[in-house]
Structure formats: structure tokens, C-alpha cells
Design a protein around this ligand. Structure first.
Ligand code: AMP
Ligand code: GLY
Length: 426
């Protein structure tokens, strides 16, 4: 029986915990730091270590004889948690810092794609504000300005007028809005189409594609307003037929995996290609993530019938390419409930009601994100609070079930989008 440590505190980590707790291979699961939802899953125990405290996580893993660490968020990966655990002989699922650069530096990722002929938007990178402004002036809008480094999903601005472009360039480069992460920017061509999250498990040159998903990134209905971590997601994505799936594998996934190997960059973990698919089914990579998506994990884990821990184990032993993965044929949809004000400022500590009534409901799982326990009470403790996820015979049914459950949950200042799935439902 394995001791597993899951690093992170969001809905993604709750979904991993829930899935890992069902594995016969697992004896005990620790979550650092976890949330109210992770703490009540079978075999699970939260530990009070921040996901960014790599030293403390390594010390804990040694002390508790952890056999496998699964990392949810990108920061610890970019900062080398896998490298540090490797030094003490502990398996960590997630790339070492070199591979995590695919997410940690947009400039690195763009140069990688260019070098390996992977389709992506045209771009230039800049560290000099005047040169960036000159480039913007000489080019047609819209363009997209992105901070090179990690900015918690906030470092991307779609530019439709020159004034905003200049302001953004000043904020990013000169005023260092995101510190070192925005010292360098990239300016990219604007792409149109449908976005798709295509996530695979990778071990060196082998990979295993997971179910497709799509998320809604903005706070307001109609996919407008400020970008968030994601306000809802569903799986599978109906427009991904076999033809498109093959195109994505041949044009994006295989060259990426091959490119990493050619460049001598080891990669073992989830690799997430954020794609834009145009009307002729041409995929272009918007971004790579070196981890699973949140909230994409929640509907995907609800559909996964195979043992997640066994799959990860196969990734370490080198059999992932031939793994026979089993999915629930039904659809799953997750609706994120957040604190009013998110992604800007919001209050926490509000008591959530209605959770007990949903525990025994078949086909519905409420994954926690920003929650904490105060004796018996569950309190809000973050911007994204819950992801109410439901299975259904099709996306419309999973949507209906998820929203029926959402309406039973309440707290002072709750917010959710009422249109999750609008792009794919009749
Ligand atoms: P990223 O973090 O690079 O995925 O960007 C965040 C979001 O900004 C994406 O999910 C898209 O909705 C949007 N975006 C990023 N790059 C582009 C682009 N080149 N064209 C159009 N939209 C984009
Ligand atoms: N939902 C998008 C992400 O996890 O980056």
C-alpha cells in the first residue's frame, strides 16, 4: 500500500484526492495544505504545509515514507519540487523544473514551438518598453500581450486599442506589475476559434491522451469580463471527432513530446495543451501547462473509471503509451461557485449551507476549492469556493443536474455563472 502526498489546495486537488482514495494501491493520502473537502475523504488527512514550501514538503515526505507525490499547481513544479524529491529518491509526478519551463516561461514555450514546428500564433518577445510600443504601432490590432513568467493566469491582456497597449506595456515592463514575471513580455497575434483543453500523461517519449475538456475562463456570462482560473468546465467536448483528435496528436502532442526528447528535457507528468481550433479544424497552441487544469480535473476525474494511481504508476514504469484507460461514456459538467468580487477582492469566512443534502446524491460530486473547516462548519476561504460537478447522459443533462445542486447551496456573497456549457449545448 502506498503513502501518497498531494500538493495543493484547490478543486483539482480535491478531485485527485477523491479519486486516489478509491484506489486499492493507496493506504494513506496526505494533502498539503488541502481544504475542507479533502480533509473528509476516506484515507485522507490535510497537513499544514504550503504548496510553495518545497523544503518542508521534502522533509515531510521523507519522515512519512511517502511513495508518491502528485503536484497540482504549477509554482512548485517550476520551482523544482520534483528535482528536490528526486535527490532523496522520492517519486514525484510532475516534470522537473526544466520541463516545467513550458509553462513557467511563455518565451521559452514559444521558442520551443517555433523550433519544433508546432502550430501557434506568431509572436515577438520584448524586454524594452519602447521597442514593444514601436512593434505594436507598426502592427494591426487586436494583439495579445503576455507576461513571460507565472502570473496566476492574470498576465494575459487582449489588446484592441493602442492606448491600452501602451499602458499594459508600461505596467508589465516598466512598473513590473508581476515582478520578474513581466520583465519580459511576448506580443502575440490574436487567434479566433474554439478553445480546447487537451491533456495527456507523458513519460519521456510515451504519452496517453485523457478525455477532452473545455473551460470558461472569464468571470461574466457570455465569456466576457476579467480572466479567472476558470468558472466551469465539461468533458467530453462534442466537436472533437476522431479526425480532429488525430490532427491534434499528429500536429501538437507528438511533436511536443518528440521535441522535449530531442532537446534533452525530461518530462514525466500531465501535459496540458491549451488549444485554439479554427473553423477548418486547425489547432494552434495558446499555452502549455505542466499540470492538470482546474476546473478541468473535476469533470474529467468524475468520468475516469480507471485507477488514477495505477495510471501514474504505469507512467513511472514506462507502460503509459499502451495503457487501456476506461472512461464513463456519460458527460460531466462542473459549475464553479465563487466569492462575490473574485477575481479581484472578496471576503471569506462565510458559512456554506446545503452541502450535507448533496453527499448521498448519485452522479453529483461537490469538489471544494477555497473552503476551510471550523469544527462542524464549512466556511468559504478563497475566490473559487466549490465546483459542483455532475454526470449525465449528455451535456444538457449533466448541466441540469449540476445547476439543480448549485441552487441548494448557499452563503452570503455567493456567485456563479449561469451559462456554463452554452457553447456546446443545443
Ligand atoms: P493563456 O494563459 O496564454 O492561455 O491565455 C489566457 C486566455 O487568453 C486564453 O485561454 C485565451 O482565452 C486568451 N488568449 C491567449 N492567447 C490568445 C491569442 N493568441 N488569441 C486569442 N486569445 C488568446
Ligand atoms: N483552467 C485553466 C487552467 O487550469 O489553467
Amino acid at each position: 500500500m502506498m503513502n501518497v502526498l498531494i500538493v495543493g489546495s484547490g478543486g483539482r486537488e480535491h478531485a485527485f484526492t477523491w479519486k486516489a482514495s478509491q484506489s486499492n494501491l493507496v493506504g494513506k493520502i496526505f494533502i498539503a495544505p488541502g481544504n475542507a473537502g479533502t480533509s473528509i475523504e476516506p484515507k485522507a488527512e490535510n497537513i499544514d504545509i504550503s504548496s510553495s514550501d518545497i523544503d518542508a514538503l521534502v522533509t515531510f515526505s521523507k519522515k512519512e515514507n511517502i511513495d508518491l507525490v502528485i503536484v497540482g499547481p504549477e509554482d512548485p513544479l517550476v520551482n523544482g519540487i520534483t528535482d528536490e524529491l528526486k535527490k532523496v529518491g522520492i517519486k514525484c509526478f510532475g516534470p522537473e523544473s526544466m520541463g516545467a519551463q513550458l509553462e513557467g516561461s511563455k518565451d521559452f514555450a514559444k521558442a520551443f514551438m517555433k523550433r519544433h514546428n508546432i502550430p501557434t500564433a506568431g509572436y515577438e518577445s520584448f524586454t524594452n518598453a519602447d521597442e514593444a510600443k514601436k512593434y505594436i504601432q507598426e502592427n494591426k490590432l487586436p494583439k495579445v500581450i503576455k507576461a513571460d513568467g507565472l502570473a496566476a493566469g492574470k498576465g494575459v491582456v487582449i489588446i484592441e486599442d493602442y492606448e491600452i497597449a501602451f499602458e499594459t506595456i508600461d505596467e508589465f515592463i516598466s512598473e513590473k506589475k508581476y515582478g520578474d514575471a513581466s520583465r519580459k513580455i511576448i506580443i502575440e497575434d490574436f487567434l479566433v476559434g474554439q478553445e480546447l483543453s487537451y491533456i495527456v500523461m507523458v513519460n519521456g517519449t510515451e504519452y496517453l491522451p485523457l478525455a477532452t475538456s473545455q473551460d470558461h475562463k472569464t468571470i461574466q456570462e457570455g465569456d466576457v469580463g476579467l480572466n479567472t482560473g476558470g468558472m466551469g468546465a465539461y468533458s467530453p467536448v462534442p466537436f472533437v471527432n476522431d479526425e480532429l483528435d488525430t490532427i491534434i496528436k499528429e500536429e501538437v502532442i507528438e511533436p511536443t513530446v518528440r521535441g522535449l526528447s530531442e532537446d534533452g528535457i525530461p518530462f514525466r507528468g500531465f501535459l496540458y495543451a491549451g488549444l485554439m481550433i479554427d473553423s477548418s479544424l486547425n489547432p494552434k497552441v495558446l499555452e502549455y501547462n505542466c499540470r492538470f487544469g482546474d476546473p478541468e480535473t473535476q469533470p474529467i476525474m468524475l468520468r475516469l473509471k480507471s485507477d488514477l494511481i495505477d495510471m501514474i504508476h504505469a507512467c513511472f514504469s514506462g507502460d503509459i503509451g499502451n495503457y487501456e484507460i476506461e472512461w464513463d461514456k456519460r458527460s460531466a459538467m462542473g459549475v464553479v461557485m465563487s466569492s462575490e468580487g473574485y477575481p479581484e477582492s472578496y471576503e471569506t469566512g462565510k458559512e456554506i449551507s446545503g452541502l450535507d443534502g448533496l453527499i448521498s446524491k448519485n452522479d453529483i460530486k461537490v469538489f471544494h476549492s477555497g473552503t476551510s473547516l471550523d469544527s462542524e462548519k464549512v466556511l468559504t476561504n478563497g475566490g473559487r469556493v466549490l465546483c459542483v460537478t455532475a454526470l449525465g447522459d449528455d451535456l444538457s443533462q449533466s448541466n441540469e443536474r449540476a445547476y439543480t445542486a448549485v441552487e441548494k447551496l448557499d452563503w452570503d456573497g455567493k456567485y456563479y455563472r449561469k451559462d456554463i456549457g452554452f457553447r456546446v449545448m443545443k
